[in-house]
Design a binder for this molecule. Sequence first.
Ligand SMILES: Cc1cc2nc3c(=O)[nH]c(=O)nc-3n(C[C@H](O)[C@H](O)[C@H](O)COP(=O)(O)O)c2cc1C
Length: 197
Amino acid sequence: MTMPETAAEQATHERPPAPLRTETFREARPTIIGPDTPEPPFPILLSGPVQKGFGRGGKDLGCPTANLPDESLPPMSTVTQTGVYYGWARVSPHNAEGKKVLSDVDSVVLPMVMSLGYNPFYHNQQLTAEIHIMHDFGSDFYGHAMDAIVLGYIRPELDYTSREGLIEDIETDKRVALKSLARPDYESYKNDPHFML
Ligand SMILES: Cc1cc2nc3c(=O)[nH]c(=O)nc-3n(C[C@H](O)[C@H](O)[C@H](O)COP(=O)(O)O)c2cc1C
């Protein structure tokens, strides 16, 4: 059996085009994903200051994302494939200058979906890790420290013929993540020491 290339290996090779999303894929999507207990390579712990992406996530897709800098990606790129992942994330209430900007309800551990890849729909050339936290934040939090625990893989990244198709899949990703995280052995990671630092 050949192992899938890791994201780091993919970054150094010519990348094959991402598969186009099909109706069959949409209809066959499970509502809960992964084993009942996270298995290696999960959990994967990530940390870094939140960076601005191209800004299309919020405006174009109704799905704002907090990007992690390249320096934060090695734990991900050495072990896994590009695609959509799920887990938990927490944003520090303090900005880069140490001022408290976010309220306490915004800085608890929250469910997230993460896109790791090249966003074929937007033809990005660089690998990015974009985390969408499923919560309505009171304000922006660029520059804030963010910690995340990745617990599972949802699907490969796909190319789309329409923005609506991508939006529909992201909505499904969120539902799948919430259901998958509600299992006790996933829920318990909300209290992981990674979030107490
Ligand atoms: C859960 C999730 C799944 C995504 N899946 C895909 C995908 O399959 N294909 C793709 O091209 N982009 C995908 N994206 C990435 C969006 O294209 C990306 O968030 C968008 O380009 C906004 O980036 P920006 O804020 O840097 O502009 C996904 C994003 C999220 C949050």
